[in-house]
Design a protein around this ligand. Structure first.
Ligand SMILES: [Zn+2]
Length: 163
């Protein structure tokens, strides 16, 4: 890349300027410390924002931005049609889907049979239950059984006449 070369040059110049400034400041401090020691107003140089040139800050910001841009571009160009892991995943999903559909198709007649037989069994059981419910029990009072039978007969003859 052409711009990275000039950028490196700018960075070197900024770095050299920064180092020169720092050295000058340190020399001044050393000279001053001979006259007044341990003054509470003194700050360590790395806390002084004036020591870091704005040019270097800007360059580093620009560099970080370019890196971000590069990463974003790489991510955007991800093409699933040409990506090996994406293709493998797609094949797996297609196979699973195929198996699921075939299994459903094979199981559905079996399920239908089961439902039918269950329905029939339940129906015959219900019929037997209904017949048993209407039959008199041996413990029933014979008088009441007779009454019920006669009432039933009356009911049946009435039904025949009306229909
Ligand atoms: Zn992929």
């Amino acid at each position: 890349m052409e711009s990275s070369g000039t950028q490196q040059l700018d960075e070197d110049i900024a770095m050299r300027k920064y180092c020169k400034k720092t050295i000058i400041k340190m020399k001044l401090k050393k000279r001053d410390s001979g006259h007044r020691q341990n003054t509470s107003r003194q700050k360590p140089e790395f806390e002084d924002p004036a020591l870091i040139p704005q040019q270097l800050v800007n360059l580093l910001k620009m560099k970080a931005f370019r890196e971000k841009l590069k990463t974003a571009a790489e991510m955007e160009f991800h093409d699933p049609q040409h990506c090996r892991s994406c293709q493998v995943k797609q094949a797996e999903l297609a196979r699973d889907d195929f198996i699921r559909r075939k299994t459903t198709r094979l199981l559905s007649p079996l399920l239908e049979d089961k439902i039918q037989s269950h329905f029939l069994n339940r129906n015959s059981i219900c019929l037997i239950g209904e017949v048993l419910r209407d039959l008199p029990r041996p413990t029933d009072d014979p008088g009441l059984v007779w009454e019920a039978l006669k009432a039933r007969e009356v009911e049946l003859t009435q039904r025949k006449c009306t229909s």
